[in-house]
Write a protein that binds this ligand. Structure first.
Ligand code: PEP
Ligand code: MN
Length: 270
């Protein structure tokens, strides 16, 4: 399937090639210790990107809103220390210029997928974009959102299926695995699967991860935390860091069965 996709290069990492790119880290950057611990385990497991939100969109305005710019500084430091790239949500146009220093891929959150001014601004910025699917949006609407970014001249767009809202309540959202081959075929862009927000509960993250790989995902975006019970956001769906290497190892076996790879890399020089 990957041959029908135009690869997107982000620094030294290619999405949509043979490598299946693992992006992982906590939902929110909470402290130096937390993000550095995550970076160490993500890198040692074969991850390429460290994820972590600094500007959080929460359902309740009283919930933890993230560390803001201080969070992004920590994300960059931890990623650099372990040879990782960074992915983090950019909430509005004003953040884009500043984000360049800290964020290698700007995540557009599910709730912002149809924020046309933000899509256009990121298109003009040429900052690589990870476009999450709106949880109430069709594949067509998601593809049109990508076109807003592309039309401004930014070709570095990676799609992310993160689950949609259905009548089902056993999971937080319903992972639409069909969206992976459909978006790849229709748009010719790499697609990443986020099993964490779809599952909503860590028990189901592994199965959804493997199903995403089997459906041809070019990458995975997984939430992992040193101590999920203490996480300030999305703790129930976070895989403990201690369980993360085994999860990636399973994904690697499925990927390899399909001719893809999740290579292990040399540790970054200390
Ligand atoms: C996230 O990645 O932490 C996040 C908020 O995702 P989404 O926009 O898919 O809900
Ligand atoms: Mn989250």
């Amino acid at each position: 399937m990957s041959d029908s996709v135009r690869a997107v290069q982000i620094r030294d990492c290619v999405l949509g090639g043979q490598e299946l790119v693992v992006m992982a880290g906590p939902c929110s950057i909470e402290s130096r210790a937390q993000i550095f611990q995550a970076a160490e385990v993500v890198a040692a497991s074969g991850g390429r990107f460290l994820r972590g939100g600094a500007f959080k969109v929460r359902t309740s305005p009283t919930a933890f809103q993230g560390l803001g710019w201080d969070g992004w500084k920590l994300l960059r430091e931890a990623a650099d220390a372990h040879g990782l790239l960074t992915v983090s949500e950019v909430l509005d146009e004003e953040q884009i210029e500043g984000a360049r220093r800290y964020v290698d891929v700007a995540q557009i959150g599910s709730r912002n997928m149809q924020n046309v001014p933000l899509l256009r601004a990121l298109g003009r910025s040429r900052l690589p974009v990870l476009l999450k699917r709106g949880f109430g949006c069709t594949i067509d609407e998601w593809i049109h959102a990508a076109e807003y970014v592309l039309r401004e001249g930014n070709d570095a767009v990676v799609m992310c299926e993160r689950g949609i809202r259905t009548f089902e309540t056993a999971t937080r959202f319903t992972l639409d695995v069909a969206a992976v081959p459909i978006a790849k075929a229709r748009l010719g862009l790499p697609v990443v699967v986020d099993p964490s927000h779809a599952a909503g509960k860590r028990d189901w993250v592994e199965s959804l991860t493997l199903s995403g790989v089997a459906c041809g995902a070019d990458g995975l975006l997984i939430e992992t935390h040193p101590d999920p019970a203490q996480a300030l956001s999305d703790g129930p769906q976070a895989v403990a860091l201690s369980d993360f290497p085994a999860l990636v190892a399973k994904a690697r076996r499925v990927a390899e069965a399909l001719g893809r790879a999740i290579p292990l890399r040399e540790p970054a020089a200390a």
